[in-house]
Design a protein around this ligand. Structure first.
Ligand code: HEM
Length: 174
């Protein structure tokens, strides 16, 4: 026989968790139910790591190929990050079950900080790609890689821990 929850415990249930929109998390910016944001984030994540790799290889070899590679990787990574950010922000504002969760806003703040780093890392290189690498380009790439790790990990938490962006049966009790 299962014990019935005590009345005092029931009085203290999380009001946000009990909100009727809490389970409305299904993605709206999606292709056949698959969120566009999740498809786009792979590009800034991979290109940010490529920028760090190219900077490290320029430091190691002195080959001028690497600063040009880093210029393109950081630029395309930033622009694809902006696209991913637009898709994510639309999702955040349009989907009630995403908007209501504090964790979604934490991810937004982390992501905006990351996009600023990606933009700065590209802007720094535009006039002199090779001269920009040491030390500031490499330092920015390093910071951006760490920030990408945190933002990406947190995005995964939204999906796999909270079911954000997924279809949930809101007829079930919480
Ligand atoms: C700028 C504003 C951003 C907002 C508002 C935002 C919002 C979201 C939302 C709502 C989700 C849940 C899935 C969905 O509904 O699409 C998500 C997932 C995710 N986000 Fe963001 N995001 C932003 C930027 C970024 C950036 C720049 C990155 C790059 C690191 C990122 C990485 C991720 C990852 C890895 C996931 C998990 C995707 C999956 O595995 O399905 N996000 N984000």
């Amino acid at each position: 026989m299962t014990a019935r929850p005590r009345k005092s415990w029931r009085r203290f249930r999380d009001p946000i968790h009990e909100h009727r929109n809490f389970r409305l998390t299904e993605s709206r910016i999606a292709i056949a139910g698959h969120p566009l944001h999740a498809m786009l984030v792979a590009f800034p994540i991979a290109l940010c790591m490529c920028t760090l790799g190219a900077d490290a290889l320029y430091w190691w070899t002195g080959d001028l190929f690497w600063p040009r590679a880093a210029l393109w990787a950081s630029g395309v990574g930033f622009l694809m990050g902006l696209l991913a950010g637009i898709a994510g922000t639309a999702e955040l504002l349009l989907v009630p079950g995403i908007r209501i969760r504090a964790a979604s806003w934490t991810h937004f703040i982390l992501a905006v900080m990351l996009l600023s780093l990606l933009g700065a890392n590209w802007g720094l290189r535009l006039t002199d790609p090779a001269g920009a690498v040491l030390p500031w380009g490499l330092l920015l790439s390093f910071l951006a890689a760490g920030m990408t790790g945190m933002t990406g990990w947190h995005g995964g938490k939204l999906v796999f821990d909270y079911g954000v962006g997924t279809q949930q049966d809101h007829r079930l009790p919480p």
